[in-house]
Design a protein around this ligand. Structure first.
Ligand SMILES: Nc1nc2c(ncn2[C@@H]2O[C@H](COP(=O)(O)OP(=O)(O)OP(=O)(O)O)[C@@H](O)[C@H]2O)c(=O)[nH]1
Ligand SMILES: [Ca+2]
Length: 526
């Protein structure tokens, strides 16, 4: 037996003699094993080849979109990009360029309208470099103007329309596909800011597997959005109570198969530049001379403010009075507490026609969940080192930081931050104090809920702001219903196919060995 087995499994030289016949028969299983082995190796190679070639990166079909954010203080041009075949997925659009337009916001060109369109030249040229030339024609370009233009429109609608048509003509003459230039409402600004941050944070994402269990699906909570501009500020979040007491503050969205009832409000004039003006005109009411001592600026800091400019805004026009002096001479006294007291007078908390208000009689449901605070909320809190990545410094330490910062003499502050623009640096004491007052007194964030605020400038490579949400909406890139999702990625699918094929082939081979028992395997080998 031993001899026989060895004889059939060893490769013996072929012998033509009659005695060699049994040996010929014993080579059959050996041949079968060889063929099977060969087929097995072939199958494995074929499967691996399929997996590798299927997963090779195909040249991507990239799309581009451009949005101009015509803010009150300046205009930014954003270029976004996304893979065409993933248009409806959440989180695939990315910002690839931001270009800051030199000079003031477009509302600042009311006296020289054509200069508004000229100011865009440099950033449009930059966009032409970023977007490949063959895609210029198909790339949509949108312009949305915010609170600066809302104010100009209130002041002089005709001039506002002239400014808008000047920038519209400039965009039409660009090689891109012009899709519109308009003043967006405060509601839209709040809503698109909320959509942007939740899209970038992946809050709308639902797992493919969990979709089979609609009732049990644990959907991530959305994050509220806090935007502080130069002329307006927005608060937007999903409140606990679905029913809203004020229809003008409620929005309904259906995104990726889920409904959202969102609360939003935009406070015109409560951006930080207009808020400073409102504070100054209030201070002026009791002033007898042109010299105004201001606790919101550092000691040793001085600034002249034109009285005409100060009143040339619908936010301050109501306080207009005739004064004997053309210029106000502001002299800093660097006192956080006194500054806060003056700022808090801007928030009227005396009457509320609803069950709950923020300020000025505006409905606001109880604050709910986490918040992302961006634009000037971030610029200022980041400068003051109060915007840690995970959670902010507690409210009390933010207040003591501000007390300390405001009390520093201007000469010392200037020497400590020589690289920071004087306009920004001189206003951080006011701005930081204003932010704390707006959040604490205005919106009523408590010591606890303050910890739910995250000050953020970017999410990934994209700036937090309303522009991305605006483009997603106008290009129909956020579907109302969840697109049909495959439970596995392509790579996962191919990998699983290879693995199961290997198991199958292995099982067949094993079965064949066990049941057919080739002689060579009968002893000790299998
Ligand atoms: N410190 C600092 N402040 C900035 C910076 N960029 C803008 N600001 C100021 O922050 C405030 C808000 O800026 P934006 O968010 O751009 O405001 P905006 O879009 O022009 O104004 P709205 O139309 O009200 O939204 C303004 O007072 C700007 O002057 C920055 O990089 N650093
Ligand atoms: Ca803005």
């Amino acid at each position: 037996m031993d001899v026989d087995t060895r004889a059939s499994c060893q490769s013996l030289p072929y012998s033509g003699s009659a005695g060699a016949k049994p040996k010929m028969a014993s080579t059959k299983p050996k041949m079968a094993v060889l063929i099977l082995g060969f087929l097995f190796v072939l199958a494995v190679i074929a499967l691996i080849t399929v997996a590798v070639t299927q997963n090779q990166r195909l040249p991507k079909n990239i799309k581009y979109g451009i949005v101009l954010d015509a803010g009150s203080s300046h205009t930014n041009l954003y270029v976004y990009t996304w893979p065409a075949e993933k248009e409806n997925d959440t989180g695939v659009v990315q910002q690839v360029e931001v270009c800051k337009v030199e000079g003031p916001g477009i509302s600042g060109y009311s006296q020289a309208v054509q200069n508004a369109s000229r100011s865009l030249q440099h950033c449009l040229e930059r966009a032409q470099e970023v977007v490949p030339q063959q895609q210029h024609q198909e790339t949509p370009v949108y312009l949305g103007a915010t609170a600066g233009m809302r104010l100009l429109s209130l002041e002089n609608r005709h001039v506002a329309m002239e400014v808008l048509s000047a920038v519209e003509n400039r965009l039409r003459s660009s090689p891109f596909n012009f899709q519109g230039a308009r003043i967006i409402t405060g509601q839209e600004e709040g809503a698109y800011g909320w959509i942007t941050i939740n899209y970038l944070l992946g809050s709308f994402k639902q797992s493919g597997w969990l979709n089979f269990l609609p009732k049990l699906t644990s959907i991530k909570e959305t994050v509220g959005a806090l935007d502080l501009g130069g002329a307006s500020t927005q608060i937007t979040f999903v409140p606990e109570q679905e029913q809203s007491e004020s229809q003008e503050n409620s929005l309904h969205f259906r995104l990726y198969g889920k409904s959202y009832n969102v609360y939003t409000h935009s406070f015109l004039c409560y951006g930080k530049d207009q808020a400073l003006r409102m504070k100054l005109v209030r201070d002026l009411q009791n002033a007898e001379t042109a010299r105004l001592q201001d606790p919101c600026f550092h000691t040793g800091y001085e600034r002249n403010v034109s009285i005409r400019d100060l009143y040339a805004s619908p936010c301050t026009a109501n306080y207009k009075q005739s004064l004997a002096f053309p210029q106000l001479h502001v002299v800093g006294s660097g006192d956080y507490q006194a500054c806060q007291t003056r700022i808090e007078e801007l928030f009227n908390k005396t009457s509320c026609p609803y069950s709950k208000c923020s300020f000025n009689g505006i409905f606001q449901p109880p604050l709910q969940g986490h918040f992302g605070a961006f634009s000037a909320f971030y610029f200022v809190m980041n400068f003051l080192n109060l915007s840690a990545d995970s959670s902010p410094a507690p409210l009390n330490s933010a207040i003591s930081t501000m007390k300390n910062f405001c009390s520093r003499p201007w000469s010392e502050v200037k020497a400590a931050y020589p690289q920071v623009k004087e306009k920004y640096l001189s206003e951080y004491c006011f701005s930081g104090t204003y932010i704390i007052s707006l959040l604490k007194t205005g919106y009523e964030f408590s010591l606890e809920t303050w910890q739910q605020i995250q000050f953020l400038g970017k999410i990934g490579s994209s700036d937090a702001g309303w522009t991305l949400g605006y483009m997603l909406n106008l290009t129909n890139m956020i579907p109302a219903e969840q697109p049909l999702m495959r439970p596995l990625s392509h790579a996962g699918y191919v990998g699983l196919m290879v693995l199961s094929s290997l198991v199958l082939v292995g099982a067949l081979l094993l079965g064949w060995c066990i049941f057919r028992k080739p002689r060579c395997l009968r002893k000790g080998i299998v």
